[in-house]
Design a protein around this ligand. Structure first.
Ligand code: MN
Ligand code: MN
Length: 285
């Protein structure tokens, strides 16, 4: 397949006709441990052809849904250049009333994705708190995502779900709310996620899925694998619960050089799940 014409499976609509717009952001220049997330958008696109168009459990066929793949945002500059450029591109999608799905790239892609919205709450599914003020001299590092988005939406409107790695310099009086992976395992993912949603007093929620929130047994192809993670089914449950409030989604930190193919497939399937559950909610209204 010609990489320049590669599009996410079933993304056959024009931008104007689309309800959902997919954008790839092949950027991984602040990665601190294992690079490679820049290869994720196309790896996820290729994997997307693995699946049937019908999501039978939802009664939804993706061929009936107007989806547009806007291709990749190509940025070879600094992380700040990426943030500025993606913000402009993302605003065009959001202001046109489309539901955006961003495919990183590293987790810093969430910074412009969230900034393209006003008056929202954000839930990140992540092994890490990502709440450093700066990391390796960069404020827009993947390790600072939660802090940067908190500055835009307010600290009270962010919850990190599935965390199991917090650095001592992230601990303090002004920490983001989080529900750790151990608590989720103990009380069950549905109760835990409903609690996470109840912590945010906003009607609109952006969900950011750092793939390392899912256990490395299921998602080995990632930059910073962290044991004791969620299962793919846990995340499926979360997506179904948040769907009525969901206004945007991103997936990040898939690293194809460390993947056996299963992580990209999981990411593609999660993209398809988001589109299906949001479309189903809209058809119920
Ligand atoms: Mn992260
Ligand atoms: Mn992470």
């Amino acid at each position: 397949m010609d990489i320049s014409t590669l599009r996410f499976a079933d993304a056959n609509a024009s931008f104007d006709d689309a309800s959902f717009v997919i954008m790839g952001i092949p950027f991984d220049r602040t990665t601190s441990f294992r690079p490679g997330a820049r290869y994720a958008p196309n790896a996820i696109r290729i994997s997307s052809y693995n699946f049937e168009t019908l999501l039978f459990e939802h009664g939804i066929d993706l061929v009936d849904i107007p989806i547009h793949d806007a291709g990749d945002f190509e940025e070879v500059g600094t992380v700040d250049d990426m943030v500025d450029g993606v913000l402009k591109a993302a605003k065009k999608i959001v202001e046109a009333g489309k539901f955006p799905l961003f495919m990183g790239g590293e987790h810093s892609v969430t910074i412009p994705a969230v900034r393209s919205f006003d008056d929202i709450g954000v839930i990140t599914i992540d092994a890490h708190l990502d709440y450093r003020e700066s990391y390796l001299g960069l404020k827009n590092s993947h390790a600072c995502v939660t802090r940067r988005i908190s500055e835009h939406v307010g600290l009270d409107n962010v919850v990190v779900f599935g965390v199991r790695s917090i650095s001592s310099d992230e601990v303090g009086d002004r920490m983001p709310k989080y529900i750790d992976a151990f608590t989720i395992r103990e009380i069950g993912v549905e109760e835990a996620f409903r609690k996470a949603l109840s912590l945010i007093k906003k009607d609109k929620i952006f969900l950011s899925l750092d793939i390392d929130g899912i256990d490395p047994a299921y998602a080995p192809g990632t930059g910073t694998p962290e044991p004791f993670g969620l299962s793919p089914y846990d995340v499926k449950k979360c997506l179904n619960i948040v769907a009525p409030k969901l206004v945007g989604f991103d997936i990040s930190e898939v690293s194809p050089p460390y993947d056996n193919g299963n992580t990209a497939a999981l990411a593609a399937r999660m993209m398809r799940e988001v589109i299906a559950v949001v479309w189903k909610q809209r058809s119920l209204r």
